[in-house]
Design a protein around this ligand. Structure first.
Ligand SMILES: C[S@@+](CC[C@H](N)C(=O)[O-])C[C@H]1O[C@@H](n2cnc3c(N)ncnc32)[C@H](O)[C@@H]1O
Length: 331
């Protein structure tokens, strides 16, 4: 039986693991291990790093189940192969590095926020940051970690193939909306986010060859028109950023055609530790900045209040980091 305080002391060790993975990603180490017969000497010829300490880095990565040593050769684990080999289509290294940067920043300001509360400035829009993130990490996250689940969610809606016009509200990179529209040939759509995201989203529309069916509209969801006559609106992880979520919900309701569908994907945080501990700590930084987080039922009730009929609500574990609540509601 260990001494009780180890529950807390061992938390510090996780930070070392985070740093080890970040260093390996920055060195593109997993990419080199994809070659055959990579031993330490061969790896050093690529990395140009210190021999003894690179060996220690490799031991650490093996401890973390990211690589294996077979005889004198190093090979990637299946997860490292899938997500961390630089320059492959399923690469998610930038997701990890970007999220690490965000959580480092969030920890840095935590103590100040607790002493002084959240300044108005912290609530100002961060559209340039979203635009930057959308070029790499958010695009990777949407394409490689979220879109498969999104397509499965949409596929469950019987009349979805009949839908003609959709809106991806707060689209960031735009890839979720693009993946949906790409799959349904009758569908055209609008990708909406702050104007600063225009360049990156338009680039992605062209990458998908969907310029004839998709357009980007830039604006502030809270203050600008979001369009009308939509059969379907997708909105994921955006409600935390609004000062008046109910007004936005009314706007969404009005923008839908009768019988139109809204799908919302947001994290809800209840009080039971076993169920919500990860979500609580994931959103701690945002909460301290004065953003809104949602308790279970909070969003269902808000949807009902504007007039939506509930079709289906459920929790999925198929989104990055924490459980996410899916609400499928109809006008
Ligand atoms: C956490 S990201 C979510 C992106 C995407 N929906 C997803 O689930 O991957 C939030 C996005 O909402 C956008 N956003 C937040 N507030 C907004 C507003 N008032 N007007 C337009 N876009 C907004 C941000 O620019 C950002 O791209």
């Amino acid at each position: 039986m260990n001494i009780g305080i180890n529950k807390y002391l061992t938390m510090l060790l996780e930070q070392n693991k985070v740093e080890v993975l970040a260093i390996a990603l920055k060195l593109k180490l997993f990419m080199y291990l994809e070659e055959e017969n990579i031993d330490l000497e061969k790896l050093l010829s690529y990395l140009n790093t210190n021999k003894e300490n690179t060996q220690i880095l490799l031991e650490a990565l093996a401890m973390m189940d990211l690589i294996k040593k077979e005889k004198s050769f190093y090979i990637n684990s299946s997860l490292a192969k899938k997500y961390f080999v630089y320059n492959t289509s399923s690469y998610c290294g930038d997701v990890f590095l970007h999220r690490k940067e965000l959580s480092t920043h969030s920890r840095k300001v935590m103590s100040k926020l607790i002493s002084e509360g959240s300044a108005k400035q912290a609530l100002a829009k961060n559209s340039k940051l979203w635009a930057n993130a959308s070029k790499k990490s958010l695009k990777q996250e949407q394409k490689n970690l979220i879109s498969k689940t999104v397509l499965e969610i949409v596929q469950e809606i019987q009349d979805f193939p009949k839908m003609k016009k959709m809106l991806d509200l707060g689209c960031s990179s735009g890839v979720l909306g693009l993946e949906i529209i790409n799959k349904y040939p009758n569908l055209s759509g609008v990708l909406f986010d702050f104007p600063d995201l225009a360049e990156v989203v338009k680039e992605h529309i062209s990458e998908y060859n969907l310029d004839n069916r998709v357009k980007f509209v830039g604006g502030d969801i809270q203050n600008d028109e979001i369009g009308s006559n939509y059969d379907f609106i997708w909105c994921s992880n955006i409600f935390y950023f609004f000062e008046n979520k109910d007004e936005v919900l009314e706007k969404i309701y009005k923008a839908l055609n009768p019988n139109g569908i809204l799908i919302s994907a947001h994290v809800e945080i209840g009080e039971e530790k076993e169920q919500y501990e990860d979500s609580f700590f994931y959103f701690l930084g945002l909460k301290l900045q004065g953003r809104t987080t949602f308790k279970p039922m909070h969003l269902s009730q808000a949807f009902e209040k504007v007039g939506f009929r509930n079709i289906n609500s459920y929790t999925t574990e198929q989104f990055p980091l924490t459980k996410t609540q899916i609400h499928i509601v109809r006008k």
